[in-house]
Design a protein around this ligand. Sequence first.
Ligand code: 5GP
Length: 177
Amino acid sequence: MDKNIKDLKILIDSNSLHKRIKELADKINSKYNENEPLTLICVLRGAVMFYTELVKHLKMPVKMEFVSLSSYGDNFKSSGKVKSFNLSLPTLKDENVMIVEDIIDTGLTLDFLMKFVKLNCKAKDVKLAVLFDKKCARKFDIEPDFIAYEIDDKFIVGFGLDYCGLYRNLDYIGYFE
Ligand code: 5GP
């Protein structure tokens, strides 16, 4: 742990972040029937802040589910393997489902989770919403349906995203130079 909060530069401030998530929620609202329930799966722990902010602005009845997965260790790079800590989900039979993730990088984690949900949960439809898309780092053929921001290949923290378990609580997105 050799990073210090003093060295953190702001990439996206709190106001812009909240405004953009509201815009994304409006877009999701416009694509779904207001009366039809939507099950949102939060990928813990990184997506927690994005998830709770997003659901506040959704107009349809929402069901909340949580899974816990990771492909990063205490590092700046993906480990190349998915560690699953909790993948227990109900059947979700015939439901509209949306997986909500903080960031898609190589695509390993979400490729694994999308396949798992499609195979095991019998949902009517499975979509994917991400706060950040690092398209330039992609190794798996997976494309999110809803993206708040596309970013280049820098390591970011805040608003759920951590470095060594820290900085998830920040209400903005920062990066270390
Ligand atoms: P992937 O499986 O797509 O390679 O990586 C996705 C996971 O890697 C994310 O859920 C997140 O935990 C982690 N990750 C990828 N890029 C970053 C980053 O810039 N900052 C942080 N804090 N985590 C990242």
